[in-house]
Design a binder for this molecule. Structure first.
Ligand code: DX5
Length: 226
């Protein structure tokens, strides 16, 4: 991947006007939307289910990824796919049988993503990268937007980049949490190629289009060739 991919988290969106905000995200030039699914157990916060995602599917044409910050994701996997998500991201910490879960996601015709909380080492997933399409390195502790970027995750990002390149796979390496104008270059230089931002897209100087363009430029300047 030679160009950075920008993903918008909907967490800061106006939940009373989600359709309007997902259209604004697409119009701003974002590549994909992340639906931050939270169950109040795996993370303290609670957000939305597949019906909310489905209600917004036809408002835009860009891709949807479901970031499942939930315990035991297996029973609902098909619902997120049916809602229109092309990528389903589960947490390595959320369930016992991660290999089976990723396999099931692929069997449903979606791409399989696995997320690592800041305290979870890359070693937790190195043995299942052969059935992984996207690796999400959390740069905050999940559950809320607007948190400070954890620059200490750079070594995990770099190690993940090296392993992906060693395996010569096209696994997407995404970062999520505190990504903005002052942090995206750091994450890019460490090896990330997909950048999920919430607050930095919805808030700040200028328009969402201008903020999106600025993030893309900042990431491009430091993107590690893959
Ligand atoms: C945190 C979510 C992130 C978060 C990103 O649990 O998974 O996607 O909303 O928001 P910012 O960019 O504000 O940190």
């Amino acid at each position: 991947m030679s160009e950075p991919q920008l993903v918008a988290s909907v967490l800061p969106a106006d939940f009373a006007n989600l359709g309007r905000d997902v259209e604004a995200i697409e119009n701003a030039g974002i590549d994909r939307i992340q639906w931050d699914v939270m169950d109040g157990s795996f993370v303290p916060n609670i957000t939305f289910g597949p019906d909310v995602i489905a209600a917004n599917r036809d408002r835009v044409s860009i891709g949807f990824e479901a970031h499942l910050m939930v315990h035991n994701p297996d029973p609902m996997l098909s619902r997120w796919v049916d809602a229109g998500c092309e990528i389903i991201i589960v947490h390595a910490e959320a369930y016992l049988h991660l290999h089976r879960t990723l396999s099931r996601i692929r069997d449903l015709g979606a791409r399989a993503g696995v997320a690592l909380n800041p305290a979870t080492p890359l070693a937790a997933v190195v043995d299942i990268l052969d059935i992984t399409d996207l690796l999400l390195v959390m740069t905050v502790n999940p559950g809320f937007g607007g948190q400070r970027y954890l620059s200490s995750m750079a070594s995990k990002i770099a190690t993940a980049r090296a392993e992906i390149d060693r395996l010569a796979t096209d696994i997407e390496l995404e970062v999520d949490g505190g990504i903005g104008p002052s942090t995206i270059a750091h994450a890019a230089a460490a090896g990330a190629s997909v950048f999920c931002a919430g607050s930095a897209l919805f808030d700040g100087a200028g328009s969402m289009s201008e903020r999106t363009a600025a993030l893309r430029v900042a990431a491009s300047e430091r993107l590690v060739p893959q």
